[in-house]
Design a protein around this ligand. Structure first.
Ligand code: FAD
Length: 371
């Protein structure tokens, strides 16, 4: 292989480049992205909004494109297609030279549909929010998911007046379907955050200084010709990161095309989905993808999906996927609160730890499984 292309210079793209070099690949790596900053940690944008919000991934030893000797095109890919066994990428710089392998790592960007609303996805967004969130500022947030609640926490801590609107009857409803409302709503009340559940946004322009929309994300893959799309509109890949054919999304793969990180959902061998959108998955999946590209032995274990968050003075960790229609058991010990969801045989399927790092780490090990 003479030339490998990576579209997207976020966590997943950076890890792919690092793993390629670690795996002994010495030829050209070429990358595309319009984000002007060296790759940074997106979770810090909301969790450390008023601290070190622009935290470079290189500071955590996760790689540095310059040191890795990768070529960087400072523009987005506007089209990618294959011809006679090679891949090509079109950007403002023109068409790339023929690529032997193309890796899509374009992540998922927020959906912004309310006119005048701001979102939080990159460093520039975080800077704009920091400038506007001041003591006494009236902040309206649409969407009480992970990012909406983290922004609410940071803004309330700064002394802003925060009001939220959520169209479903629950906070974090996509993850917990109402199971944690009592706890979260009590934190929000204490912090002075007003929450309107079951309520589409109805705030008026005169009653606010800043409107933030945090209602979900969409994979950025429209520029790519080929490959299957999941029910969420993301690319469909297998556990090796190979993108599946659109016509036969259960078996055949598109030659030379890989996807990793938030831009893809993984179709497992048992026909179940492993949805994208998790930092830990973007970190780990790059290694399996590169093993497939370089034909190296693949990791033999698969971690359960994981979410971590910092809100209202609490460290939160969720491991596993909360099953629909099952109530958790709740255990309170000292400062920690632990929610456990079990299957019909009494096996743990998901654990939410509030200020309970040891339990979260135990659950991570328990829910890891062999491939
Ligand atoms: C504010 C915030 C808080 C978060 N908090 C958490 C958390 O607590 N826990 C957690 O698990 N996850 C969290 N996430 C999600 C986490 O950041 C992602 O899972 C992780 O960044 C995925 O990495 P990625 O490289 O796949 O995508 P991204 O980090 O989104 O990087 C994708 C890159 O692709 C580029 N790109 C897009 N389209 C194109 C194109 N056409 N051409 C070239 N480049 C393109 C983008 O500019 C971007 O730089 C958070 C995300 C945000 C925004």
């Amino acid at each position: 292989m003479e030339r490998i292309g990576i579209v997207g210079r976020g966590l997943a793209g950076l890890r792919v480049a690092s793993e390629l070099r670690a795996g002994g690949y010495e030829n050209q790596i070429i990358t595309w992205d319009s984000d002007p900053y060296p790759p940074y940690d997106r979770p810090a944008l909301s969790k450390k909004m008023f601290g070190e919000y622009n935290h470079p991934l290189s500071a955590d030893g996760l790689g540095d494109f310059t040191e890795l000797g990768a070529d960087s095109v400072p523009h987005p890919a506007t089209r990618a297609w294959s011809e006679e066994g090679k891949w090509f990428v079109l950007s403002q710089n023109g068409v790339s030279e023929p690529l032997d392998v193309l890796v899509i790592a374009t992540g998922s960007a927020p959906r912004a549909v309310i006119p005048g609303a701001r979102v939080l996805y990159d460093v520039d967004d975080a800077e704009a929010l920091r400038a506007a969130i001041k003591p006494g500022a009236r902040i309206h947030i649409v969407g009480a998911g992970w990012i909406g609640t983290e922004i609410a926490s940071a803004a309330a801590h700064q002394g802003a007046e925060v009001e939220m609107w959520e169209v479903t009857p629950s906070v974090l409803s996509r993850t917990f379907a109402g199971a944690v409302d009592d706890l979260w709503l009590s934190w929000m009340r204490e912090a002075g955050v007003k929450v309107n559940l079951d309520s589409p946004y109805s705030g008026d322009r005169t009653g606010r200084d800043l409107l933030i929309q945090a209602t979900g994300v969409q994979a950025d893959v429209a520029f790519l010709d080929g490959g299957a799309r999941s029910p969420h509109g993301s690319l469909v890949a297998n556990l090796s990161g190979e993108v599946l054919e659109a016509e036969s999304p259960t078996s055949a793969v598109v030659p030379g095309l890989y996807a990793t990180g938030d831009c893809c959902d993984i179709l497992l061998p048992n026909g179940q989905w492993r949805w994208g959108g998790h930092w830990t998955q973007a970190l780990a999946d790059a290694q399996r993808t590169v093993s497939a590209i370089l034909e190296l032995p693949r990791a033999s274990q698969l971690d359960a999906p994981e979410v971590f968050s910092t809100q209202f003075g609490h460290e939160i960790g969720l491991v596993g996927e909360v099953p629909a229609g099952t109530s958790p058991t709740v255990e309170q010990t000292g400062e920690s609160t632990i929610y456990r969801w079990m299957d019909h045989s009494g096996n743990l399927v998901a654990l939410l730890g509030i200020d309970a790092p040891r339990e979260v780490s135990r659950a991570r090990k328990a829910l890891r499984h062999k491939l």
